[in-house]
Write a protein that binds this ligand. Structure first.
Ligand code: SAM
Ligand code: SF4
Ligand code: FES
Length: 347
């Protein structure tokens, strides 16, 4: 079964749900190696050898949501909460631009302290520096997304987390899968380059669910997909659950490269957290992006969405030079410019 689906992928045929499950079920050894070789080839053809770095500023760990997997959830009273002031966010972004990053990603918990006009002002200041700006601040009303787009925001990252609506409901008390998709639809209509993605290895999740994740990403026609393993956090309801499998994560990333060949696929921080060479391996199995941390060191430990997150004691420059070395050692090169969508006809 794997062989037939692999052949179809190699021939560039459109993969259906069964094909995707077959690829995700690749056996260790020859099947996995064949999948990874194919994905790396498609990555080279579609995305080239450039690895784009997106500097991420985790500017607030306040969150009004209660996602069952996340250490920032509102119920986690043990967490020390912090907010960077707008002028400090802009200053950190400037540091990122000086380090050569072509994209600045502004990420936070869902924190209404940052009203739409406040965030728009920050976006406007960073856009003056000539870089792309990605927002990743959760669900907001359409008018707010529109205001930020007018302020110059280029991209928005909102993971669908899981395409299994029932599993979504269980893991996101008070939230709705339909509303999540509505937000993604709005972002598309407003002309954002859209990033979505899902968590791999959630309790109760099946290979068929993961196939549905990739089919949803294809349907959404995403410009980017963040695909990272579940890592249990001790201060959450999922504390006792096992982490997502690293090998399964690689298979999902590789298969994603075949299903959505034009998407930017990051080698995630979560993969780097589960294995010291995790990001390198992901880059050799379909990924073409890394999202280095730009957050000032003193805040990093408090943005632990999961435990043992890497780079907690490093500073922005450390990550910059660490990653340049990593990319070079793989025989690849750092991306230049903003690293916009890879689609043949940009949206
Ligand atoms: N609050 C915004 C949101 O949820 O879209 C953005 C920040 S949130 C921390 C970014 C991502 O972290 C989420 O989309 C989720 O997939 C991921 N995440 C949170 N907790 C995680 C965990 N324990 N393991 C793996 N990924 C996790
Ligand atoms: Fe908040 Fe995002 Fe964590 Fe959910 S995943 S609790 S929205 S920071
Ligand atoms: Fe932060 Fe390597 S990416 S030290």
């Amino acid at each position: 079964e794997f062989a037939a689906s692999w052949q179809r992928a190699a021939a560039g045929e459109e993969l259906d749900r069964e094909d995707i499950v077959n690829l995700l079920a690749a056996a260790p050894g020859e099947e996995e190696e064949a999948l990874y070789r194919l994905a790396d080839g498609v990555r080279a053809r579609m995305a080239g050898d450039e690895v784009h770095l997106r500097g991420v500023i985790e500017f607030s760990n306040y969150c009004r949501r209660r996602c069952c997997y996340c250490g920032l959830r509102a119920d986690n009273a043990r967490l020390h909460r912090y907010r960077l002031m707008p002028e400090d966010i802009v200053a950190v972004a400037r540091q990122g631009v000086e380090l050569g990053y072509g994209t600045i990603v502004l990420q936070s918990g869902e924190d209404p302290w940052y009203t739409a006009p406040v965030l728009a002002g920050i976006v406007r200041e960073i856009k003056k520096m000539g870089v792309a700006v990605t927002l990743c601040v959760g669900e907001r009303p359409r008018e707010e997304y529109a205001l930020w787009r007018e302020a110059g925001a280029d991209r928005y990252l909102l993971k669908h987390e899981t395409a299994n609506e029932e599993l979504y409901a269980r893991l996101h008390p008070g939230m709705s899968w339909q509303e999540r998709l509505q937000c993604l639809q709005w972002l598309r209509e407003l002309g954002y380059q859209v990033g979505s993605g899902n968590i791999i290895g959630l309790p109760g999740q099946t290979l068929a669910d993961l196939a549905d994740d990739l089919l949803l990403l294809r349907q959404l026609d995403v410009e980017m997909a963040g695909l990272g393993p579940f890592i249990p956090h001790p201060a959450t309801p999922l504390a006792g659950e096992p982490a997502g499998s690293l090998e399964l994560t690689y298979r999902v990333v590789a298969t994603a490269r075949l299903v959505i060949p034009f998407a930017h696929l990051p080698a995630t921080t979560a993969v780097g957290t589960l294995a010291p060479n995790g990001r390198q391996k992901a880059l050799q199995r379909g990924a073409n992006v890394i999202m280095p941390n730009l957050t000032p060191t003193r805040y990093r430990a408090d943005y632990q969405i999961y435990p043992n997150k890497i780079c907690i004691n490093e500073g922005p420059e450390d990550c910059r030079y660490c990653l340049e070395g990593m990319v070079r050692a793989l025989g690849r090169r750092l991306g230049r410019g903003p690293g916009h969508t890879l689609k043949p006809i940009p949206a």
